[in-house]
Design a protein around this ligand. Structure first.
Ligand SMILES: [Zn+2]
Length: 129
């Protein structure tokens, strides 16, 4: 199932339009595992009590790819753009747009930009000391 078609990810996209990254966190005792994209059961303990949390949007680049040939003509105007796997400080990994000049291990923060027909998270270098 694609990320966009997952009904539990729809809340993620709704919040992204408003400039927020949300994830689910397990409420089971001694677990607390983050779940991303948001989903109904915990990957770690199979618990079904999860709460939605807002991420701070800061993290570290795990990997990054630069897209020179977008998958559709409508997206050509954005190329080249970076697609990164980012380890958020809350403990989950997400795929998102990123500044193509970023390198693995870079500290980043989320911004939100229009891309095609929606607003998407885009990670840029975190300028804080
Ligand atoms: Zn759990």
């Amino acid at each position: 199932m694609s990320f966009s078609a997952n009904p539990h990810a729809q809340a993620f996209w709704q919040h992204a339009q408003e400039g927020r990254i949300i994830f689910a966190r397990c409420c089971a005792d001694h677990c607390g595992a983050p779940q991303f994209p948001p989903k109904p059961r915990c990957d770690v303990c199979d618990g079904d009590r999860l709460e939605m949390r807002q991420a701070t949007g800061t993290g570290t680049i795990f990997s990054i790819t630069v897209v020179h040939r977008p998958p559709s003509d409508a997206l050509r105007q954005y190329a080249p753009y970076g697609i990164a796997l980012v380890d958020l400080d809350e403990g989950f990994r997400m795929m998102a747009h990123a500044d193509p000049r970023l390198t693995i291990g870079a500290r980043v923060r989320a911004t939100f930009v229009p891309f095609g027909d929606r607003t998407v998270p885009r990670f840029v270098a975190d300028q804080k000391p």
